[in-house]
Design a protein around this ligand. Structure first.
Ligand code: MN
Length: 191
């Protein structure tokens, strides 16, 4: 199977100033593309030749896992955004957030804290756990909730390459701005 960089449902300058076109040029155009190229080079001749990305993530380790998970994580992250988005979730997702975190504000605080305190490179996630409850998790490097049987709903990339061009060392400013581009309609569809 040949993996490809996904097309994004917005122009690369449309999420400015939260994420600039310059960041997309590197983060999507070079980093995300590199994971795709790497996986396409690593898979031929292995048992994963005809496997889906999800199967590879669940069953591989090492370089194949790292590149497969990074492709999936980045696609999931970039597909969570829209211009003029933000605000608050509605409907079922809003109910679940209130049930499991107390309020949307408390959820945001907890998610932002997970993203801020993640040491080094990785991802903070909102997932549905095996008991059907919402949970916030941290994953280092290419870590992906699919590997642990969790259902991902939302993620933020806190590798420095995700924010250094726009925010330099100010990871908390990037996290605070992130909420303005989250498309809650897309997140709710993932339930
Ligand atoms: Mn990244």
């Amino acid at each position: 199977m040949k993996f490809e960089l996904p097309k994004l449902p917005y122009d690369l300058n449309q999420l400015e100033p939260v994420i600039t076109a310059k960041t997309f040029e590197f983060h999507y155009g070079k980093h995300h593309q590199a994971y795709v190229n790497n996986l396409n080079n690593l898979v031929p001749g292995t048992k994963f030749e005809n496997a889906t990305l999800e199967t590879i993530i669940k069953e591989s380790d090492g370089g194949i896992f790292n590149n497969a998970a990074q492709i999936w994580n980045h696609t999931f992250y970039f597909m969570s955004f829209a211009p003029n988005a933000g605000g608050e979730p509605k409907g079922k997702l809003a109910e679940l957030i209130t049930r499991d975190f107390g309020s949307f504000a408390e959820f945001k605080d907890k998610f932002a804290k997970a993203a801020t305190t993640l040491f080094g490179s990785g991802w903070a996630w909102l997932v549905i756990n095996k008991e059907g409850k919402l949970e916030i998790t941290q994953e280092s490097n290419a870590g992906c909730p699919l590997k642990h049987g969790l259902k991902p709903l939302l993620t933020i990339d806190v590798w420095e390459h995700a924010y250094y061009i726009d925010y330099q060392n100010r990871r908390p400013d990037y996290i605070a701005a992130f909420w303005n581009i989250v498309d809650w309609k897309v997140i709710e569809e993932r339930l």
